[in-house]
Write a protein that binds this ligand. Structure first.
Ligand code: IPD
Length: 263
């Protein structure tokens, strides 16, 4: 199947899954169990939504691999893998904050972000009624409208970030914020990496930085940024909590300079 056909399928499934997430939230099925730390939670809806996506893919694309936040990896018979975050922004979701999204990506090659080739991605925010998507080589869109990253502005960049689940990492993350703030007009902590990346792609945010993302957090959003003319980069291959950077090329260069020159 070509990247555009994968994009369309990812959009269809993300919208169906997002509708289930929205309905389960409205019905109060958002009770959270903690995973590794207080901020690392899963709800029954995360599991139900991931199961729906898995079932749809078993029917539509039998034999293709699956990597999901809640159910892990199943190798496929081909070199295609679907990389899924059923609800990105689970803490927002559990708290009734509408900034959450279903993130679905399709990649080719080993399911390793350093070597895979992303073919397509969709990030669907059901409460916002917004679907960000991209096909490799085919550009990025919000619903059916083409989107593009913002150019760096003299007024300073509107940036977003996120913090790791492990409290031991928070001091380091806040020190990074301190190094970056002089280039910023302001800073957001939205609570969904997939939406942060999509907002960069749509030119709403100028840049994004966060250490320690998991592949399902950025698989779709990183392609959407790149297809919107931006840069997504993960420097420091050997770091335990790798930095993830996104924005127009000039913004990413400046983020790198401030974060790494100061270390
Ligand atoms: C989390 C969100 C959050 C980011 C974390 C992610 P989850 O994903 O994207 O914004 O700061 O790093 O793990 O757990 O809600 O799917």
């Amino acid at each position: 199947m070509n990247p555009e056909a994968y994009r369309q399928l990812a959009v269809d499934i993300a919208q169906e899954a997002g509708e289930l997430a929205r309905q389960r939230r409205a019905a109060g099925v958002a009770l959270a169990a903690t995973k590794s730390t207080l901020a690392d939670i899963v709800t029954d809806a995360d599991r139900e939504v991931e199961a729906l996506i898995r079932d749809r893919l078993r029917t539509e694309r039998p034999g293709e691999g699956f990597l999901g936040e809640e159910s892990g990896t199943s190798a496929g018979a081909t070199d295609i893998t679907w990389v899924i975050d059923p609800i990105d922004g689970t803490v927002n979701y559990a708290s009734g904050i509408p900034l959450y999204a279903v993130s679905i990506a399709v990649v080719q090659g080993s399911p390793d972000p350093d070597t895979w080739v992303p073919l397509a991605g969709a990030v669907h925010a059901p409460v916002l009624g917004e679907t960000f998507s991209a096909a490799n080589g085919g550009g990025a869109q919000l619903n059916s409208r083409r989107i593009h990253v913002a150019e760096p502005s003299a007024a300073g960049a509107l940036l977003a970030t996120g913090f790791g689940y492990d409290p031991a990492t928070h001091a380091g993350d806040l020190a990074t914020v301190g190094r970056v703030m002089p280039m910023a007009r302001d800073l957001r902590r939205g609570g969904s990496a997939a939406l942060d990346l999509s907002f960069v792609a749509a030119g709403r945010l100028d840049g994004y930085f966060e250490r320690g993302l998991q592949p399902w957090d950025f698989a779709a959003g990183s392609l959407i940024v790149q297809e919107a003319g931006g840069v997504f980069s993960r420097p420091e291959q050997s770091a335990a909590r790798r930095m993830n950077l996104a924005g127009a090329a000039g913004v990413v260069t400046e983020l790198r300079r401030r974060i790494f020159d100061a270390e």
